[in-house]
Design a protein around this ligand. Structure first.
Ligand SMILES: *Cc1c(COP(=O)(O)O)cnc(C)c1O
Length: 427
């Protein structure tokens, strides 16, 4: 076998970083500065005109942020990346780069609830329409596509149930219609799934979850796969037409296979402004260094918990793709052989009251609305995130009255199970 480059764990620690050239600092410093001094007037002009890369102002670019970008691009196998203040900011900048008023995109219905709101509500004010499809039915994407469609959007491992999606089948639909496939890889992380290897063109993340991994910093990122031809159809004018403010440059011509990451930075981030703080970029970078270790432990612990829950009398069902009898197990084996992630749902035969009682009785688990922390987390969606819905709507969203969602942490497995055991006993 020929070795093609450093392995994943090596990249997670080293990609993008080198000792600081002025001080020798080994860890990437937090460049807590808003702006950067120009060498001379010509240097400043070249930076502003995009003839030369360099730091100007931390809304657009910052050296701490740059290391995080290069590292995630390497882990995903992309050409370049752009870090943002949150996952939602990354999604906004992705769609701003490709959508115009009156355009639409097709998205899987099975998404993080915040994305359902962003696409269905906030994007309406730009006159960007979302059309919903089913993540387990590639044809349902195809039938929604028309001449105003600009992209397809899915999650690789869909919230909240933890369902693996057949990325290659949906990528094929996108390819046949000349559309980019955008994949939210937050729940899987590149340690488990690398969507670009299955035909995706752009990857987005909420770095807030497993990649940062410690529940302490918000962040998002856009990874450019470098695979999509932005000029062919004439449907992506921000990339394929000349930009007067940058001396008439055509971004796709000038930057080739990383033009999308440039467009999101010099048009989207520049004008909307959701830059990640250097401090958050630093904390997230530190998190990335242990991503392979943490993710494997998350998966191993989650499988042990799911298996244990299946044997409990008060538990009526468990949905975890890592279980051999789960309907999603074959897709998990194909796309994510190292494990099925940390987030899954199960049902309590005692229904709504039992769900409330369980979250109140857990001692080590934290009852909160997040995933992807080192700590084990729990939520009862029907009494919290989904309480405004009718019980029919709750069931349709996979958040029926009996449903409990867990995000399994990396504590000792015996302690995780002991906490669930004592809480179940109190129902
Ligand atoms: C949390 C999350 C987001 C949004 O990210 P923020 O960092 O909270 O803005 C998007 N997609 C998925 C799958 C998420 O879990």
């Amino acid at each position: 076998m020929t070795k093609t480059g450093p392995g994943f764990s090596t990249l997670a620690i080293h990609a993008g970083a080198q000792p600081d050239p002025t001080t020798g600092a080994r860890a990437t410093p937090i460049y807590q500065t808003t702006s950067f001094v120009f060498n001379d007037a010509d240097h400043a002009a070249a930076l502003f005109g995009l003839q030369q890369f360099g730091n100007i102002y931390s809304r657009i670019m910052n050296p701490t942020q740059a290391v995080l970008e290069e590292r995630i691009a390497a882990l995903e196998g992309g050409t370049a990346a752009l870090a943002t203040a949150s996952g939602h900011a990354a999604q906004l900048l992705v769609f701003h780069s490709i959508m115009g008023a009156g355009d639409n995109f097709v998205a899987a219905r099975q998404l993080y609830g915040g994305s359902v709101n962003q696409f269905g509500q906030a994007f309406k004010s730009f006159d960007w329409q979302v059309r919903w499809a089913d993540c387990d039915d590639p044809d349902s994407f195809e039938t929604q596509i028309d001449e105003k469609t600009k992209a397809i959007f899915i999650e690789s491992l869909a919230n909240p149930g933890g369902i693996f999606v057949d990325i290659a089948a949906i990528a094929e639909v996108a390819r046949q219609h000349g559309l980019p496939l955008i994949v939210d890889n937050t729940m899987a992380t590149p340690y488990l799934v690398r969507p670009l290897e299955h035909g995706a063109d752009i990857v987005v993340h909420s770095l807030t979850k497993f990649i940062g991994g410690h529940g302490n910093s918000m962040g998002g990122i856009i990874v450019d796969g470098g695979t999509f031809d932005w000029s062919k159809s004439g449907k992506y004018p921000l990339l394929s037409e000349s930009r007067p403010e940058y001396g008439g440059i055509v971004l796709h011509q000038a930057f080739g296979n990383f033009a999308f990451a440039i467009a999101a930075r010099v048009l989207g981030l520049r004008d909307f402004g959701p830059a990640i703080s250097p401090f958050n970029a630093f904390l997230i970078q530190t998190g990335v260094e242990t991503l392979p270790l943490r993710m494997q432990c998350h998966c191993d612990n989650a499988l042990a918990v799911a298996t244990w829950l299946q044997g409990q009398e008060k538990v009526s069902w468990v949905r975890y793709a890592g279980l051999e009898d789960d309907p999603n197990h074959a897709l998990q084996k194909r796309y994510s052989p190292k494990g099925a992630g940390a987030v899954f749902t199960f049902g309590l035969s005692g229904g709504y009251e039992a769900g409330k009682r369980l979250v109140e009785s857990l001692e080590m688990f934290s009852h909160l609305a997040n995933i992807g922390d080192t700590r084990s987390l729990v939520i009862h969606p029907a009494s919290t995130t989904h309480r405004q819905l009718t019980s029919e709507q709750q069931v349709a969203a996979g958040a029926g009255p009996d449903v409990v969602r867990l995000s399994i942490g990396i504590e000792d497995i015996d302690d995780i199970i002991a906490d669930l055991e004592q809480a179940l006993a109190r129902i």
